[in-house]
Design a binder for this molecule. Structure first.
Ligand code: B12
Ligand code: SF4
Ligand code: SF4
Length: 361
């Protein structure tokens, strides 16, 4: 058994599939794109891999003398649970449960195996050290869809990705995977905000998956389009024919290990204190770990799906219209107006952002 066979066995034991190896090299295309998109404003205020493109595209900074990058994918494909009757917010599939923890565990098991042979090896997944999709593409895991996601041939894009950078020399993928999108453009047409501005290029300023994470006032022009999404957005993957052809049952390679939370009752969420929000949703990316961004999103969702005449909705709106936090008051004004509850709105507000919301006709 070769070292790579052993790596594959460890990956399979941890529910990671597929696995590939890319040569360790500067990710020149990703570096170019990161700089170009930043310069064009497409990155908005995102940090992540954009913070230091030279670093996030250089595997040699991560591991001195790196030779190979082992890339592994973990499926998060699951059947959607039935939508509860209540007013609920929708969580994107990748966040229904924690798929990164088992992914990292598997990657570290691989890294430890390599270390036992005397090699350097470090595992990374979704942590901004490496542009994950670019190394996955180079490792022959899949192709870049027009929705910018990496699609595994015949299996689609419901995968999270991670890698082990090592100085072990391993046989690399014989070739990258050919484009499988062909003439399809369903994701471009299916994006609710037109955020896919060219094949494979996302304008973060319009992408709901970023806007729910971004701090500050939620842009007024995309509040209606947000619909019921509290975290993440799956539309450009839901419409993808490669994903649609897949059996919705969990992949046997990546069994569900914990509770699935696909739906969040909006009024209940808006009634929680900070500690409870962090306890339930602390795994989500929350800027500064501040629960106000979850509440802000929930208020927009309430405006989109709530029933204005429902007394519980009215009571929640009143509470948030009196919030000491101007960001939350501003979104409560929008929600109340959208639900026709002009009767609840104050005449004025000392904060300019709330006043601006109140002055909208
Ligand atoms: C920043 C980030 C975001 C941002 C920006 C997304 C983006 N497209 O860049 C936001 C917050 C919007 C986001 C959203 C999502 N993300 Co995200 N995100 C990241 C992160 C941290 C960095 C991505 C990055 O560096 N982008 C930089 C740009 C330059 O890369 P790119 O868009 O992929 O560009 C490439 C293509 O354009 C390609 N390319 C070049 N020329 C051409 C030409 C054509 C025709 C095509 C098709 C492609 C192509 O080359 C470019 C460079 O590699 C990674 C984790 C990581 N450390 O890598 C996760 C990651 C990309 N996200 C992931 C996921 C799951 C998501 C969501 C699906 C979550 C959700 N349901 O809401 C959405 C998908 C949105 C989308 N359509 O991309 C997964 C993707 C898994 C997969 N199968 O692809 C990753 C890899 C996390 C992980 N480790 O699993 N994400
Ligand atoms: S995640 Fe949603 S908003 Fe972002 S590009 Fe995909 S469909 Fe559009
Ligand atoms: S929807 Fe069509 S164009 Fe978009 S990623 Fe899927 S196959 Fe490619």
């Amino acid at each position: 058994m070769t070292l790579l066979d052993d790596v594959r066995r460890i990956a399979a034991d941890h529910g990671l599939d597929p696995v590939g190896v890319a040569p360790a090299e500067i990710l020149d295309r990703a570096r170019r794109e990161l700089f170009a998109r930043k310069a064009a404003g497409l990155a908005d205020s995102m940090q992540f891999t954009y913070k230091n493109p030279e670093r996030s595209t250089d595997p040699f900074v991560a591991v001195r003398g790196a030779q190979s990058v082992i890339v592994a994918a973990r499926s998060y494909q699951r059947a959607e649970s039935e939508r509860p009757e209540l007013a609920v917010a929708r969580v994107a599939r990748y966040a229904w449960s924690d798929h990164y923890a088992p992914l990292r565990e598997g990657l570290w098991a691989i890294a430890h195996r390599l270390r036992a042979e005397g090699y350097r090896a470090v595992a990374y997944a979704d942590d901004n050290t490496v542009v994950d999709r670019e190394v996955a593409y180079r490792a022959g895991i899949g192709w870049f869809g027009k929705n910018a996601n990496l699609l595994v041939p015949g299996r689609g894009s419901w995968f999270v990705l991670g890698c082990v950078i090592t100085d072990a020399v391993l046989p690399t993928a014989p070739a990258v995977v050919d484009d499988g999108c062909g003439g399809c453009r369903r994701c471009l047409d299916g994006c609710p905000t037109g955020a896919i501005v060219a094949p494979g290029v996302i304008d973060a300023r319009r992408c709901l998956a970023w806007l729910v994470q971004k701090p500050g006032i939620f842009p007024a022009e995309y509040r209606e389009a947000l619909g019921d999404r509290i975290y993440g957005c799956d539309d450009c993957q839901d419409v993808c024919p490669v994903n649609r052809r897949m059996d919705p049952a969990p992949s046997p390679a990546a069994p569900m290990v914990e509770e699935v939370s696909a739906w969040v009752p909006v009024l209940e969420l808006l009634a929680l204190d900070d500690a409870s929000i962090l306890e339930r949703h602390g795994r989500w990316y929350l800027h500064d770990r501040d629960p106000r961004w979850v509440r802000r999103n929930a208020l927009v969702i309430l405006g989109n799906i709530g029933i204005g005449t429902d007394p519980d909705v009215g009571e929640t709106l009143v509470r948030y219209l009196r919030s000491p936090d101007p960001v939350l008051r501003a979104h409560a004004v929008w929600a109340a107006r959208t639900l026709g509850r002009h009767d609840l709105l104050p005449n004025t507000d000392p904060d300019p952002s709330v006043l601006a919301e109140l002055l909208v006709q």
